[in-house]
Design a binder for this molecule. Sequence first.
Ligand code: SF4
Length: 706
Amino acid sequence: MKPTSFKSTCCYCGVGCGVVVTKESNGQLSLEGDKEHPSNKGMLCSKGMNLHYTVMDQSDRLLYPQMRMNRSMPMQRVSWDDALERTAAVFKTFIKKFGPDSVAFYVSGQCLTEEYYLVNKLIKGFIGSNNIDTNSRLCMSSAVMGYKLALGEDSVPVCYDDIEAADVMYVTGANPAWCHPIIWRRIEAHKAANPNVKIICVDPRRTDTARSSDLHLQIIPGTDIVLNHAIGRLLIENGYVDNEFILDHTDGFQAYCEKVMQRTIAEAAELCGVAKADIELAADWIGQSRGFLSFWTMGLNQSVIGVNKNLSLINLHLITGRIGTPGNGPFSLTGQPNAMGGRETGGLANILPGHREVANAAHRREMEDFWGSPVEIGSKPGLTATEMFEALADDKLKAIWIINTNPLVSMPDMNAVESALKKARFVVVQDVSNRADTVHFADVVLPASAWLEKEGTMTNAERRITHLPKVVNAPGEALPDAEIIWRFAAKMGFGDSFNYSSASEVYDEYVKVTAGTSIDVTGVSHAVLQQKRSVQWPFPAEADTFDQKNNNARLFTDHQFYTPNKRAQIHVVDDENRSEPVDEDFPLILTTGRIRDQWHTMTKTGRVARLNKHIPQPFLQIHPTDAAKRNISDGQLVTVRGRRGEVRVKAQVTEDVRPGLCFLPMHWGKILGSNGVRANNITSSLVDPRSKEPDFKFSAVEVSLY
Ligand code: SF4
């Protein structure tokens, strides 16, 4: 048999790099970057380069459905029919006795679009509950809300080609050098070819991104809005605003002016802990630029004021008119590979497919009619990620079905989450790996097919949709996630509406619901994607004849926004942080984040030996001044204690964090053998009131020698 090559997409971060997978005659896989893919042009980062090892090493795979009648019993191997019939029986019992809101699905930004769509259809359109949320709630929901409030919809307006058209990159609350490396390489290459390009990094930590930037604004955590307002004030005072754009295409500028004039630049500099001259320099670079591109991720999103942080940044684009033109715009870097695709299908507790809203009666009727729903879709949002676990603890939620995510490592306030899962009456875990900590709390375990073992689509950070083919068979009895859902729907009695035989059929149904919406993809199918390799949305039916070059790479080129009056909204936001306070007992701020070669909870990357070499053990970064006060030396074991829990970890004494700040990576869980270095034992349970995204970046702690 000759080697065969397949084009797919990396399933780690939202950059969405194209890969070419070659299946050798002996069945072994090799992998390289796809030179023809517009998102990465052949480049891959360390995680992407080693992706095929996660497919070839099947030592940790869940192979068969398993269940147990109570938690004190061991898991037993059962048939798919037995597992799904029991799950359906339990769900039906709870729904009959306690109502449809007694059950919930908690899914993942790693799910394919078809999977997301089916789970949404099942619970919202057939079970009659909006209790579906995704781990994207932990990463992108503040950006989603920011875009919706400012631009009218959850719409990333830019594309990767804007990088080469920009001359100022404002990277704030993000470390793309480690977390979105291929985007960072494009930025670095652009700067190398154009030395006048300026990179401004805003981060309380001196990361690799900060080290490579022209200006590092090492702000005090939680002061992002103060900084953005100060830059806004300087842009106004120095005549860098676009008055014509503001007049013709925005609302809210006058109130914004009044707000940002309330603090002097000197006051802002003091509050942020940076030099006044540096804020002035940043404002000058932005004001004088031809292309102003801002990038952000979790530093803005994972915050109790995450939506306000997003709005304060988007405002800088709106007052300068730097949106909808080459090299200009606010670019939220998506954490997960298909977080955006999930939102397109309605994969959050408050939305419906096609960027519809559950709160909108017309939108609900459209979806009920389309699906032929036997129930009315509820008008209230369902439980969000953190609310689901609170509701399990309170016994308001009886059953949870967790798909391809590992909340026992990734959720905030982990001891509360662990306690909630122990109390839960029924837990279904659908996953690839037995390394997912949550498996140990399950009543039913369903083995899912992994990357390359199933087909479907994903949308990356620049709205680019690609097709992922099936290349190898799944081990044991593992099934594609979409098939598990449609089989379960049949067991629930909804078989006529879930009568699919392929992911392609599911996708064909999904695209119909986007007709006439701003994310119209009626011109897309698996066959079109296989032929064109990728397209960016919108891609309506008539676009099928377009050349890829003519595809809509950038939104709002006509400056007509998705708001009802087509004008962008400049929102006035409060600049005060509302995180939990530091005090005498907990005087330090803990922030969490990722390291270069690990992905999320390490169930995949943790199995690849060469990735583990980069940073093999968790660590706590602490500033020398704070370490000296506590007699802590580099490498010593310390206890990090917060209001909700503690961890023990080796100290890394470094000036890479500000005084008063500590950093702990978020990857390691309790069960994966790291002696309990689970950062989220400590993290704050506060969430942004609008996005419901947790405040992972600001928890009050004390550190002492162990
Ligand atoms: Fe994969 Fe992201 Fe790395 Fe690209 S940058 S190879 S999508 S992990």
